[in-house]
Design a protein around this ligand. Structure first.
Ligand code: ADP
Ligand code: MG
Length: 226
């Protein structure tokens, strides 16, 4: 089966050519199949966020290739990268980054409208996602009225709203207390399992990492199997 996500030889140096140059990624390789959930583990500052942003087409690498759903994104024009990012990649941050002026449901509906889904259909699917992670009773509330765990559940739904091929999550429960982190992570895993997408989830938490299919560690700019 083809890979949902494949990266080869990804390198990234910040401030290249200057005295403070910092090589964060140094020829990193990774392949994830559809339905596979992979933990990305490394200490703070190792380059997890840098890698996730490059994989999510939010940033560019200096060299190497990123393939999403079998399509090599290297050298593709910005418009094509934006289209693939919107359609095929879901991104979850440590902080929810929901739009404060919109309700929970609207936050899940808006990305679908941007992709041309009719409003009634977008609302129906958005509500079904909120239902699956147990926050549909908060659909009409703005993010500020939700708890941290509820905010992250809504953020998961938003990330999955356009049925992406790949989910990238950057320490998605890192901002929650341990008990909430555990239940919110379970909700995320259920959602991922149901949709069958490929996921790469950065975490500091060894217990959460152990619940994924496999663990990769970012060491000296390269990914190694745990
Ligand atoms: P992690 O997510 O694992 O904590 P990051 O990818 O955020 O690591 O950062 C890796 C390293 O790159 C850190 O030393 C960080 O300070 C540095 N870094 C991140 N972004 C930039 C940037 N835009 N310019 C310069 N250095 C950066
Ligand atoms: Mg980070």
């Amino acid at each position: 089966m083809s890979n949902a996500l494949k990266v080869s030889g990804i390198s990234k140096t910040y401030n290249a050519g200057k005295a403070n140059a910092l090589t964060v990624l140094d020829g990193t390789d990774l392949a994830i199949r559809p339905g596979e959930v992979v933990a990305l583990v490394a200490p703070s500052g190792a380059g997890k966020s840098t890698l996730l942003h490059i994989l999510g087409l939010l940033d560019s690498s200096d060299s190497g290739a990123v393939e999403i759903g079998g399509v090599d994104m290297t050298g593709k024009p910005d418009a094509e990268r934006t289209r693939v990012r919107r359609q095929d990649v879901g991104f979850v941050y440590q902080f929810h980054h929901l739009l404060p002026e919109f309700s929970a449901l609207e936050n899940v509906v808006l990305p679908q409208l941007a992709n041309g889904i009719p409003k009634a259909e977008a609302e129906r699917y958005g509500l079904s996602l909120l239902q699956r992670v147990g926050v549909d009773h908060r659909a009409a509330n703005r993010p500020a009225a939700l708890s941290g765990g509820e905010q992250q559940r809504v953020a998961f739904c938003r990330a999955l709203a356009n049925k992406p091929k790949v989910l990238l999550a950057d320490e998605p429960t890192g901002n929650l207390d341990p008990a909430t982190s555990d239940t919110v992570f379970s909700a995320l895993m259920e959602l991922v399992r149901e949709t069958g997408l490929a996921a790469l989830i950065a975490t500091h938490n060894p217990e959460l990492a152990a619940r994924m299919d496999r663990v990769v560690r970012l060491e000296n700019g390269k990914l190694v199997a745990n």
